[in-house]
Design a protein around this ligand. Sequence first.
Ligand SMILES: [Fe+2]
Length: 432
Amino acid sequence: METKLVLVIVVVLAVGAAAEYVRPPPRKTIHFPWDPKPTSYPQQVHISLAGDKHMRITWVTSDKHSPSVVEYGTSSKNYTSRAEGESTSYSYLLYTSGKIHHTVIGPLEDNKLYFYRCGREGPEFQLKTPPSQFPVMLAVAGDLGQTGWTKSTLDHIDQCKYDLHLLPGDLAYADYIQHRWDTFGELVQPLASSRPWMVTQGNHEKENIPFFEDRFVSYNSRWKMPYEESKSSSNLYYSFDVAGIHAIMLGSYTDYDESSDQYNWLKADLSKVDREKTPWLLVLFHVPWYNSNYAHQGEGDDMMAAMEPLLHAAGVDVVFAGHVHAYERSVRVFNGKPDPCGAVHITIGDGGNKEGLAHKYLDPHPEWSVFREASFGHGELKIVNSTHALWSWHRNDDDEPVRSDQIWITSLFGSGCLAEKGHELREMLMQP
Ligand SMILES: [Fe+2]
């Protein structure tokens, strides 16, 4: 009888323990064993959208004479097309990068599998172009780093059959140690060589050393985004269209006041948005404007004061940010208060970096904050049609992706807000 009672108590305790989720500690940075390859072997392959029906292929070779050529086609090892691109390299203190190749291929068919080879050598890669129409699936995770949790997050993203990855800043956590950019490139290659990764920069990309090294040298050399294609003068802010989405990637660490190049480019970019063609309007940047975590509290206030009125007038649907190592979702909000014509703000800086999670939240939570949790994970935005999208956040629970937050988001396109805002936006865009 006594034995049975003890057994029952043990079982009850075990069930209770399993039900309560214990947030895991940070995991160690992944060790990358030395893996010498031929000098012309393509490494760190990643792809990004480069204007309508075009894709930029980026890779690194140790060989400075390796050609910036991509051969590609729709069947394996049968390369019917070929494109030649450009290359760059950079030095940073005692480090010199390999040859960084950027080659734009296209025109490509939508929603199609392509096989490609870089520099006429090495293995064959595959990529799938995004669809031209809904539905489209976006994976979102910021502040990735290269730890065991990063690997877990990447594995979960790999399972979700996404069309495009959005990264709101803080990629490699190289933090001045340049070979970490190389190991990060290798870590993400299996995913980033097969689906476009559209990124913006965070504080860990700055790497400036006064009088010695400029800001964002490594980031700009390695992660060239379609800024020229979107008429921006800087790789730190740009935009692109995919399916029925117009996505704007902003820089939290470059000037954003009303007289800045970034602000004026944003106005010009918004003036060209046609919501009939791109009913969804998304914006990404690194430092969140709506953050009820103690970590980085108030850091986004200045940028928010400068740019939120413009984004509100334009009728932005969703804003993704990173920086805070946790997850938080707002209701539609503007000027610090719930507003049905404002944007949904989502902080998703929980990719798995070495710095660990940000656990402490303001209490009570602000009225705009509806879900917040300090766990590693990733998000999925499945845009079903011009008015409806399913957003879900997946916590890395014991290395399994557990759907912990899910909500249908309706776009402002079908809401009547845009008609009200049209006049307001036109006035703001006309201001010198
Ligand atoms: Fe950050």
